[in-house]
Write a protein that binds this ligand. Structure first.
Ligand code: ADP
Ligand code: ZN
Ligand code: MG
Length: 518
């Protein structure tokens, strides 16, 4: 009997607010001594009072609005109670049962699931450009716990992370392959970065995910018994852990067994999941509304109000803060610059590169160039970035942020190439020197004595020599020439002229004069 997997994700995103969720401690404790970024509030001392971080609340709504979710008319902070050494209060403040954000979805390009390395990708049965929607169940805001450092036969507690604001995005059980789940995580990461609310770095734990997996016979409507897999530290790990778990559960069912509902950990070294906690040991958290924090209410004017609180914020205003999101950017790049999906993704996936590209395009001298030429310069900038810039960065292990050529200088180079002021061969040379020195194309060309031969008389002299040196080809040209002076052999002459001029002849002028003289 064929089986199919069902996956649902619980994704934790660490917000990059200045201070922690309920106290004034620095929210960035990276590299700090353990327990030095703490205070009585985040250490859970009795009698302390939490104050909600306004920025974290705003960003919660910002993400909800960006994903087209519904804003709940009211949400409560609540206590989720359990005992663990990294949680000195013995409860976590969350909003899981009365979340601020509900519904919504992420729409992904089905092509994205077909990464060539993924076996499962072949299971997705989509045509080109098809989209699939992955519904979001809710998004809630909560605080993180501290960290345990296991040191042999004892453990140490570090509370620097305690009280860090987290947004948890809970999806429906809507993914049918590990590749889909991974694509969702990657898109969410990009959106968090575009909104500038989280570094969303998985390796650093800013973005974490618990993956719920079940398997059922194909055709069965009811969901199978699920396991929840934790401790995956990369996108590859998510995919591998899900693949492993699907295989494990499928084998159990195929042999007539039953899957045990439990929490399982991912062992990166063994590339296996292992049982951590069974359902019988599951907690009863006894949620109840946090008495020290007022409910947050959205009033009729779409303003969010914290009852008993002076602060309020305007959701309509927040909407205007949403930047162009990755999906829109992809569409625009394809439409305006004729990029294919793969190229558009290279730009959209790297915000710094997209920004560099856009400032180069904006700085190319629109006013002095005709419309169609401006478009060509835009496309030229795209191709220079994709081949020369990325090639250079790669070869020199640099990131675009370290790149020496300023966007306006790249735009100028693209213009020179497009206007035929320099040949593509010289363009490559000039580019390499620009990238090494940070100087402009004009500066390089002056310094190196590279000049474009655009002098008509000088070009006519070179061309006359080339023509008299190749009588046979001239015959051929005369037999094959079309109405506008074109002929398959014309390029031969262009090549000869470029060679004779050491690549410095203005290609546009060479074409024109050649046609006339031939
Ligand atoms: P729990 O009661 O274990 O917390 P929830 O219903 O709250 O489970 O769902 C938690 C996550 O598990 C959600 O992302 C949801 O989509 C996913 N999920 C729930 N049931 C299943 C299932 N049978 N198979 C796969 N994922 C599931
Ligand atoms: Zn604190
Ligand atoms: Mg649940």
């Amino acid at each position: 009997m064929p089986y199919e997997p069902v996956i649902g994700l619980e994704i934790h995103c660490q917000l990059k607010t200045k201070s922690k969720m309920f106290c004034r401690c620095d929210n960035n404790a990276e590299g700090k001594e353990p327990n030095t970024v703490t205070c009585p509030v985040c250490m859970g001392h009795p009698g302390t009072l939490p104050v909600a971080n306004r920025q974290a609340l705003e960003w919660t709504y910002l993400l909800g609005l960006a994903l087209g979710c519904e804003i709940a008319p009211q949400f409560n902070f609540e206590r989720k109670q359990y005992f663990y050494p990294d949680l000195p209060k013995a409860y976590q403040i969350t909003s899981q049962t009365t979340p601020p954000i509900v519904g919504g979805y992420l729409e992904l390009d089905a092509d994205g699931f077909r990464s060539p390395t993924s076996k499962d990708a072949q299971m997705s049965d989509f045509g080109a450009n098809e989209k699939k929607r992955f519904p979001i169940e809710h998004i809630h805001l909560e605080e993180d716990a501290g960290k345990l450092i296991h040191a042999g036969d004892y453990s140490l507690v570090d509370l620097n992370r305690a009280g860090t604001p987290l947004l948890e995005v809970v999806t429906n059980p809507c993914f049918s392959t590990p590749a889909e789940a991974k694509a969702f995580m990657q898109e969410l990461r990009l959106i968090l970065r575009y909104l500038d609310i989280s570094d969303a770095d998985m390796e650093k734990g800013h973005l974490r995910c618990d993956a719920n997996v079940s398997v059922r016979p194909v055709g069965q409507k009811e969901l199978g018994k699920k396991t929840e897999v934790k401790n995956m530290n990369s996108f590859v790990a998510i995919e591998k852990a899900l693949e492993y778990e699907i295989k494990r559960q499928t084998e159990i069912l195929a042999e007539g067994g039953k899957v045990t509902q439990e929490t399982r950990g991912w062992d990166e070294a063994k590339q296996k999941t292992f049982s951590q906690r069974s359902k019988e040991q599951a907690h009863d958290y006894r949620y109840f509304p946090e008495p020290d924090l007022p409910p947050i209410v959205i009033d009729g004017n779409n303003k969010s109000q914290m009852t008993n609180h002076k602060q309020s914020f305007d959701l309509e205003e927040l909407k205007t803060q949403i930047p162009e999101l990755p999906a829109e950017k992809r569409g625009r790049y394809q439409k305006d610059f004729g990029m294919n999906e793969k190229d558009a993704e290279i730009f959209v996936g790297d915000m710094d590169l997209a920004e560099y590209f856009e400032s180069a395009v904006n700085l190319s001298q629109r006013s002095t160039l005709g419309n169609s030429l401006t478009l060509n310069v835009g496309k030229k900038i795209v191709s220079i970035i994709l081949t020369d810039v990325l090639g250079y960065l790669n070869a020199n292990s640099q990131h675009i942020a370290d790149f020496k050529i300023k966007p306006q200088d790249l735009a100028k180079l693209a213009e020179k190439l497009e206007l035929g002021e320099i040949s593509s061969k010289i363009g490559k040379d000039v580019f390499a020197k620009m990238a090494d020195s940070g100087k402009s194309a004009t500066e390089i060309m002056e310094k190196e004595g590279i000049h474009q031969v655009s002098d008509k008389g000088e070009l006519e002299k070179i061309i006359a020599e080339v023509i008299s040196a190749n009588p046979e080809q001239v015959e051929q040209y005369r037999h094959t020439v079309g109405a506008n002076g074109d002929s398959p052999i014309l390029n031969f002459f262009v090549g000869q002229v470029m060679k004779a001029s050491h690549g410095q002849a203005n290609p546009a002028m060479v074409n024109e004069i050649l046609k006339k003289m031939l």
